[in-house]
Ligand binder design. Structure first.
Ligand SMILES: Cc1cc2nc3c(=O)[nH]c(=O)nc-3n(C[C@H](O)[C@H](O)[C@H](O)COP(=O)(O)OP(=O)(O)OC[C@H]3O[C@@H](n4cnc5c(N)ncnc54)[C@H](O)[C@@H]3O)c2cc1C
Length: 354
């Protein structure tokens, strides 16, 4: 059986980002790499969005970028500017195509459908695949979105809506998210933060239809694309093994209070590339511990007080836009952290802390 210096298990966002980072920095010149990926073809399957708080390799895969956004609770709308850190959306189809085209050029990189096809004994493994054990205490961000096209102009393409809480919360946390690509095209998602055991909140298609008809007053549209997903808002224990590192969602790259993962994956890939020569002895890359601590308290509060969360999220944006964006993107300084914490209802948070 064939042997490789490196193996990447899972050719999704994290696996391919890492392969691309290694390949474009000449780290695979004298090395061999196997990527294990069961899918038969790469096509657009996800929409990755984030505030651009750092540079990344995929500017040419950006579908659209916004300098302004809104957040809504019933009867109130807040307008926020984010010109210094625009909100970018990556088309996963373009991302896969760009990376696969680059990797194809190197004949030392091979794709396999199953790990059993190769010998793993002497390789260093980057693993982005594992069963995430669920329990009823775990929280998930689960959602379904449709990209619609209308025959009339409906959307203001300059402003996206981060969270619209003007909808039935059903004793959970529920909001709609709208990314207007043009006046006639937008991605609209129904998003829940809850455990995964409640079937009564999973009629996503109906929720989207009602929101389009009743809130946005859009009756005639066609659906061009659909995405559904669930992001775990908990981390698996990440224990360093001698010949293996966990990457991506499995490697703890999700920010637990928001579900944002994409840019953390890019930072993790860069860190691994910088340390690849001595990877066996390198510390695991992780999201700053202060966010794990604060996010865990935040999720405890959210779980016990779902009906208060719309107000809490709304109030968070009373801080300056850069403070909130830096905090949500894991790049805040101590002053910004204090400013965010000061906007939270003290009693509720202190109760969960102790
Ligand atoms: C629909 C959706 C939208 C999201 N939107 C955002 C966003 O806007 N912003 C953001 O920051 N984050 C977002 N996320 C979260 C996160 O960025 C993505 O989930 C991201 O794809 C995680 O990368 P990953 O490599 O860990 O997992 P994946 O991209 O899912 O990659 C895992 C890969 O492993 C493969 N695989 C599965 N089983 C095996 C096996 N047995 N052996 C080998 N390979 C296997 C899969 O086919 C897949 O290609 C979103 C998540 C989803 C699901």
């Amino acid at each position: 059986m064939k042997e490789f210096d490196y193996i990447i298990i899972g050719g999704g966002c994290a696996g391919l980002s890492l392969a691309y980072e290694l390949e474009t920095h000449d780290k695979l010149k004298d090395k061999t790499l196997a990527i294990i990926e069961p899918r038969n073809e790469y096509k657009r399957d996800k929409t990755w969005s984030f505030w651009k708080i750092l540079s990344h390799n995929f500017e040419d895969c950006i579908r659209k970028s916004w300098d302004n956004f809104t957040i809504n609770i019933p009867n109130h709308t807040k307008h926020i500017e984010c010109k210094n850190t625009p909100y970018q959306t990556i088309d996963s189809g373009l991302f896969y195509q760009k990376i696969i085209n680059t990797l194809k050029e190197n004949n030392k990189i091979h794709f396999f459908k199953n790990i059993n096809e190769i010998n793993t004994q002497n390789s260093f493994i980057f693993n982005s695949v594992s069963n995430i054990p669920d329990s009823k205490n775990n929280m998930w961000q689960h959602f379904s979105g449709i990209e619609i096209e209308t025959n009339k102009d409906f959307f203001d393409e300059e402003i996206f809506n981060l969270m619209d809480f003007d909808c039935d919360q059903k004793d959970n946390v529920h909001f709609f998210y709208t990314l207007p690509y043009s006046k006639t095209k937008a991605l609209i998602e129904t998003t829940w933060v809850s455990d995964l055991n409640n079937p009564s909140i999973k009629d996503y298609d109906n929720q989207l239809k009602q929101y389009l008809e009743n809130n946005l007053k859009i009756k005639n549209y066609k659906i061009n694309f659909k995405e559904t997903g669930a992001i775990p808002l908990f981390h698996k224990k990440n224990i360093k093994k001698l010949n293996q590192i966990e990457i991506g969602t499995t490697g703890g790259m999700t920010r637990l209070s928001t579900g944002y993962t994409f840019l953390n994956i890019q930072e993790q890939s860069k860190y691994i590339r910088q340390n690849i020569a001595n990877i066996k002895n390198t510390k695991i890359f992780s999201i700053n511990k202060k966010y794990q601590f604060l996010d865990n308290i935040f999720l405890k509060v959210l779980k016990k007080n779902p009906n208060k969360m719309a107000q809490i999220f709304y109030k968070l944006f009373n801080c300056s836009p850069s403070t909130v964006i830096n905090f949500l993107s894991s790049k805040s300084n101590i002053y910004e952290d204090v400013s965010i914490i000061s906007k939270m209802p003290k009693k509720m948070f202190l109760k969960e802390l102790f």
